[in-house]
Design a protein around this ligand. Structure first.
Ligand SMILES: [Zn+2]
Length: 54
């Protein structure tokens, strides 16, 4: 499972992932190139982070 998130929604994204997977989430920052082509899963902002489970 993988979720993209902006600065605003990162806490929400982490909570959602933990709730769904029951595992500790891994949070990474997107590269500048990835940011341009990726949107937050919860709003229309550019994503800054990718949150994933193992
Ligand atoms: Zn957002």
């Amino acid at each position: 499972m993988k979720t993209y998130s902006c600065e605003t929604h990162i806490n929400h994204a982490l909570d959602m992932l933990v709730a769904e997977t029951k595992e500790f989430p891994i949070m990474d920052q997107l590269s500048d190139e990835e940011k341009l082509s990726t949107k937050c899963s919860y709003c229309e902002e550019q994503a800054t982070y990718v949150v994933s489970s193992k």
